[in-house]
Design a protein. Structure first.
Length: 90
């Protein structure tokens, strides 16, 4: 089991609840856990992404098996509502 930090940038609105639900369900299904989940709120972006100047940040600290991180990475890449995300192994 490895510990990861995951930060997700999404457009403002109701998308945050969907992303939190997706990540938490994936962690349960893969026998991992969410150690910490924070909503950093809306912040101004350094440069426009898809013509948006403000986006919402969600931050997670996860414990997952190594092979599950690859699957979650693929799942997040397929989600069109996510502007950017970053996985870091801690």
């Amino acid at each position: 089991m490895n510990t990861y930090e995951l930060t997700i940038v999404i457009p403002e609105g109701d998308g945050a609840a969907k992303i939190v639900k997706t990540v938490s369900e994936f962690a349960k299904k893969s026998k991992g856990e969410i150690n910490k989940q924070e909503s950093w709120g809306a912040k101004h972006l350094a440069y426009p992404i898809k013509k948006l100047a403000v986006a919402q940040y969600e931050h997670f600290v996860l414990t997952l098996p190594a092979e599950s991180q690859v699957k979650l990475d693929k799942t997040l890449r397929m989600d069109e509502s996510i502007l950017r995300y970053m996985f870091v192994r801690v």
